[in-house]
Design a protein around this ligand. Structure first.
Ligand SMILES: Nc1nc2c(ncn2[C@@H]2O[C@H](COP(=O)(O)OP(=O)(O)OP(=O)(O)O)[C@@H](O)[C@H]2O)c(=O)[nH]1
Ligand SMILES: [Mg+2]
Length: 444
């Protein structure tokens, strides 16, 4: 019998912290000195990297990423531009009296990394061109980044015959909007390949844009051609991506930069909430025939919802961050519970860059953190007081408030710390051991 395999899905929008999570999880599983919550720790005889099963995918550049974060001049890895894969294997002694008798078992964990932009496309699986275009046009209407595209789109008549240069101009203007929207902190930037086309750049599947539906749609008109390309994008780009990398995952971790969104303001929080709900809906069993045929009854058994970058906060505030994360992802979580998956939520830092420190500001003692910025300066940060009741964050977000009332939340671009590591220890983290225990601990 082949050795058992767990496919671990790492789900997160761009900059959520996937690459940093995978690298530091693997580093801390290879060297387990900082993993006390991993219950099988004492029974693990060896952990090693293996050739991955899929020979056509690039290997996840684990060593390069780790060297970047833990070298002499520690820095973050680059934003991911393509899919890559890694296989981590465990040799474990069985638990209990009989466990010692049967000899060690082997378990493989397969992990895939990919650009977060592409994840957004899962939200398209359920949508027709008409629905997508309507939603996108309604949301972008109020955004400054959309002005040029909106002017171009308004001057267009979708009922006229397709004119390829005009279609290309629309797609280019829409891509410019998406790029600006992402830079401004909006999450809902579909289609993801417009931002990061890979080898599809310039192809007709990427030459469309949202247009209002004209009353009459003669054969070959612009609108109908855009619809055809949108459908092709779903069938030829999004479905294969989902099929190859997400369909058969056994365990899933959903990484969310909740602090980053709170820092951006209420509208970014609401945008993140809606986008994650749409993306995670793609994993809902029984959703559509295509997916059910593909899954053939396969189910995600465990899902961990994790707020990343928790090292921006003193640990006293971590429960509040976790509560906000749970509330933000409530729909996805109840759906997963209903489908029989076990779920949990926590706040973590894949690579801890700060130490806790009390500071005094205006005569008040604040529980802050201290870390190093990219330019080498040491700074103390008090991120703000997260409310214990998540509704105080989520309600203004839903109501479309422009800014937080009486509150300010800050983030900082901390750089990885230069840390001396003892033998047998991985890089410093917060709760990666709990995350690992929930995700794979029961199978070790
Ligand atoms: N302080 C702190 N910052 C973090 C941590 N994890 C990630 N970050 C920050 O978040 C950024 C993005 O992390 P990545 O792991 O590259 O994000 P990603 O999800 O792989 O993003 P894409 O590759 O663009 O999809 C990093 O460059 C860091 O600035 C953490 O544990 N602590
Ligand atoms: Mg990445």
């Amino acid at each position: 019998m082949p050795d058992p395999v767990i496919r671990l899905g790492v789900t997160g929008l761009s900059r959520a912290g996937k690459t940093v999570f995978i690298t530091n999880l693997v580093a801390n599983l290879l060297e387990r000195g900082r993993m006390p919550q991993l219950s099988a720790r004492d029974r693990i005889e060896a952990v090693y990297l293996q050739p991955q099963p899929d020979l056509t995918l690039p290997r996840f550049a684990y060593e390069d990423h780790l060297a970047a974060m833990t070298g002499d001049a520690p820095h973050w890895p680059q934003s991911t531009r393509a899919v890559s894969e890694l296989r981590l294997s465990f040799r474990v002694r069985g638990a209990g009296f009989f466990g010692g008798l049967v000899g060690p078992r082997v378990l493989h964990v397969d992990i895939v990394d990919y650009p977060g932009e592409w994840l957004l496309d899962l939200a398209l699986l359920d949508k027709s061109y008409e629905d997508w275009a309507e939603g996108v046009l309604a949301r972008m209407a109020g955004r400054a980044e959309a002005r040029d595209f909106m002017a171009l789109a308004r001057a267009e008549d979708g009922a006229l015959a397709l004119d390829e240069p005009r279609a290309m101009a629309l797609a280019a203007a829409f891509t410019a909007y998406l790029t600006a929207a992402r830079a401004a902190g909006w999450s809902d930037c579909t289609p993801g390949r417009f931002l990061l086309p890979g080898d599809l750049a310039g192809s007709p599947v990427l030459t469309f844009a949202p247009l209002p539906k004209p009353a009459h749609r003669p054969r070959g008109c612009l609108w109908s051609e855009m619809e055809r390309r949108f459908d092709a994008y779903k069938a030829r780009v999004v479905r294969p991506f989902f099929r190859d990398h997400f369909a058969r995952i056994d365990r899933q971790v959903v990484l969310v930069d909740v602090l980053g969104a709170i820092h951006q303001g209420p509208r970014a929080v609401e945008d993140l909430r809606r986008t994650m709900a749409e993306v995670l809906a793609a994993f809902r069993p029984g959703r559509n025939g295509w997916l059910d045929r593909l899954l053939g009854g396969h189910r995600v058994e465990r899902i961990l919802f994790a707020a990343t970058k928790a090292d921006h906060l003193h640990h006293h505030q971590h429960p509040a961050l976790t509560a906000i994360t749970e509330a933000l992802l409530r729909d996805a979580r109840s759906r997963a519970d209903f489908a029989g998956a076990q779920t949990a939520a926590l706040s973590l830092a894949s690579l801890r860059c700060t130490v806790e420190e009390d500071i005094t500001r205006g005569g008040e003692k604040l529980e802050a953190v201290r870390g190093r910025l990219a330019d080498g300066r040491q700074v103390a940060l008090y991120a703000g007081e997260l409310p214990g009741d998540p509704a105080r964050i989520l309600a203004p977000a839903r109501e479309g408030a422009e800014r937080w009332l009486n509150a300010d939340f800050s983030m900082m671009g901390f750089a990885p710390a230069r840390a001396a590591r003892k033998p047998g220890e991985g890089p410093p983290h917060i709760r990666l051991d709990r995350a690992a225990e929930f995700l794979i601990g029961d199978r070790l």
